[in-house]
Design a protein around this ligand. Structure first.
Ligand SMILES: *Cc1c(COP(=O)(O)O)cnc(C)c1O
Length: 459
């Protein structure tokens, strides 16, 4: 048979095509069910989509058994739903990273409903900068001359690298030619903006003199990248930000997480933004939604001329931040004016330092419902930050008679979903990453999943 000739449709597929229900019929069946909180128009739209999808599958010869009603019900349920994070990973990238402080969530909701003075100076009635609301606050908190916000940390770094300009050389330590995640690699970013990468030093040791040699060889700029998600140990050393800034060319410092909090022991090993500013970095980049605890955003703080050049760069428009994350970021940053309040109210900071007595209360409550035993375990910061930090605390280890994969899946498929940690062939429920008001929701989710599991086992 020549490859261009369409293969004839199998009889089974033709028969199934003939038996496909009409849109009205499928929609009618769905509407007869109770508990669908959607309009009949929505049901008809979904029924139409599901039947069209099935028709193309059958035309392609796929004769597998399919429950169209089930498919339609799944489509009608919102796919983006709340997840109770019982994994113990605080900045969980797959769960949207940082949960917001109440003040931040309220600011987002308020900004969402109506209009706002996003690019309008209310006093003069004239247009102004979208980031004016936030740059003042960032300068106040970091000591920088000027600041700018973009869509995410990767965008901030891209913009900073783009500023270096085409065909100019950027010096980067060989120990910092890292992959941040999702294929975002420093050498590729530098290549992408048309700059030339000048590798400096070695994987484990790079000195100020190595950079100096690169500058003598034509490098016009230094990029320092914090190894957020890994650590090198042993015979290692790197030049300090102060040494780099003393070399006389602009320094771009990507600090990753952007720690503004003070006095929290576990985050003290992260590079403080303020220190890089004081050292004289031209641009410091960091994420809004890692240890800062705000919505997704990329932040650039630094010297006026460098920030202004970023602001006027053609990429800026492509990277600009939306009004909802901006409103949430401003509200989060305001909390940092009062460090004690920040630590209490910003969930990622609160979770790093949760009172052991509170964790104990929570595990006892969860064990009451779910059984199992209480054991000491290790929670992680996550989100590519502080990879070595171990946060000790109690967790509920569910009974070993449950198949961990199946029980975890049952918990994930609940509404709200619950994401546990699976370790040592056991399902662990870590209360550190649950919010106070989520403990009872988690208890309900556990109760439901365990009773379903018991039903399945006795069936
Ligand atoms: C996380 C990270 C980024 C990227 O930030 P996103 O907000 O994830 O886009 C860039 N550089 C470093 C060093 C990071 O740790």
């Amino acid at each position: 048979m020549r490859p261009s000739e369409p293969s004839p449709l199998p009889d089974a597929a033709r028969e199934l095509l003939r038996r496909l229900p009409s849109v009205d019929r499928l929609a009618g069946d769905l509407l007869n069910e109770n508990g669908l909180a959607v309009s009949s128009q929505e049901v008809v739209a979904v029924a139409r989509a599901v039947i069209a999808e099935r028709r193309s599958e059958l035309m392609a010869g796929d004769c597998n058994e399919v429950d169209l009603q089930m498919r339609a019900r799944e489509r009608l349920a919102s796919r983006l739903r709340r997840v109770l994070n019982a994994s113990g990973v605080i900045v969980h990238t797959n769960l949207g990273r940082a949960p917001l402080a109440d003040a931040s969530a309220e600011a987002v909701a308020a900004a969402a409903r109506g209009y706002m003075n996003l690019e309008l100076d209310l006093a003069s009635g004239r247009r102004w900068q979208r980031d004016a609301h936030v740059s003042e606050l960032l300068c106040e908190l970091t000591g920088a001359e000027d600041a700018l916000v973009v869509n995410n940390g990767a965008g901030a770094l891209l913009l900073a690298a783009a500023l270096a300009g085409r065909d100019r050389s950027i010096a980067v330590s060989r120990g910092q030619l890292v992959e941040i995640g999702g294929g975002f690699r420093i050498p590729d970013v530098v290549a992408q903006v048309g700059a030339k990468l000048m590798e400096v030093g070695t994987t484990n040791r790079t000195t100020a003199a190595d950079y100096q040699a690169a500058l003598a060889g034509g490098a016009e700029l230094i990029l320092r990248v914090h190894p957020s998600n890994f650590r090198t140990v042993g015979f290692v050393s790197e030049a300090s930000i102060e040494e780099l800034c003393a070399l006389g060319v602009p320094v771009i410092d990507d600090v990753g997480s952007g720690v503004l909090a003070r006095g929290i022991g576990v985050v003290e090993s992260e590079p403080p933004v303020e220190r890089s500013i004081q050292a004289g970095a031209a641009l410091v980049c960091f994420s809004g939604d890692k240890l800062l605890g705000a919505p997704q955003a990329g932040i650039l703080v630094g010297q006026s001329a460098a920030i202004e050049a970023c602001r006027n760069h053609p990429l800026m428009r492509a990277l600009r931040v939306g009004r909802l994350p901006l409103a949430g970021l401003v509200a989060t940053l305001r909390l940092y004016r009062d460090p004690e309040r920040a630590q209490k109210e910003i969930p990622v900071l609160a979770m790093l330092t949760t009172d052991p007595a509170v964790l104990q209360q929570r595990v006892e409550r969860l064990r009451e419902v779910a059984g199992g035993e209480i054991v000491e375990e290790i929670a992680r910061v996550g989100g590519g930050a502080l990879p070595l930090v171990e946060l000790e605390g109690p967790v509920v280890a569910l009974d070993r008679r449950y198949d961990p994969g199946r029980l975890a899946a049952r918990l994930r498929l609940g509404d709200p979903a619950l994401l546990p940690r699976v370790a040592h062939d056991q399902v662990l429920i870590d209360p550190r990453t649950l919010l106070d008001e989520e403990i009872e929701l988690a208890a309900d989710a556990l109760r439901r999943a365990l009773s379903e599991e018991a039903d399945a086992a006795s069936a």
